[in-house]
Design a protein around this ligand. Structure first.
Ligand SMILES: [Zn+2]
Ligand SMILES: [Zn+2]
Length: 150
């Protein structure tokens, strides 16, 4: 039995959303979705591609990337651009923020309702319509801190 993680989408949601959007649920898309939901919380397209390769040896990285982008548009995952260097796909679509270890690059979810409910600075509100807010906290995680002490 898999542990339920917050904000994760399920197969029936994928079917429903594809149906509503008029997108064909191909075998490849289904397999990408399955893999996506079984890996760590913030996989890259490369990781999904690598893991799928055994079962779908002909699948191209472009296909994986495009499919993940489609899933992002459907709201099944969130595309993250961390520090402008990597594109990751977040399988948790509830509101949350991230702690990013600058050493091992691990991305950990943070929940921060005070921040989510806080009033934005006036200068931000004057800039236009706000659609979402996402905070990245950068630092060195405990695992890496302890390793460097050894
Ligand atoms: Zn680390
Ligand atoms: Zn996340």
């Amino acid at each position: 039995m898999e542990i339920e993680k917050p904000g994760k989408q399920h197969l029936h949601q994928l079917k429903q959303l594809c149906n509503d959007a008029g997108i064909k649920l191909t075998h490849q898309r289904l397999e990408i979705f399955r893999e996506l939901m079984s890996v760590s919380d913030h996989p890259s397209a490369e990781l999904i591609h690598k893991r799928l390769h055994k079962r779908l040896p002909t699948i191209a990285i472009d296909t994986v990337y495009r499919t993940l982008t489609t899933f992002d548009e459907l709201g099944l995952v969130k595309k993250l651009h961390i520090m402008n260097e990597r594109t990751l796909f977040d399988t948790n679509v509830t509101i949350h923020h991230h702690f990013i270890c600058s050493h091992c690059k691990k991305v950990t979810d943070i929940y921060w309702s005070d921040l989510d409910n806080s009033k934005l600075p006036e200068m931000v509100e004057g800039m236009g319509k706000i659609q979402s807010r996402h905070l990245e906290i950068h630092g060195v995680c405990n695992d890496c801190l302890h390793k460097s002490e050894e």
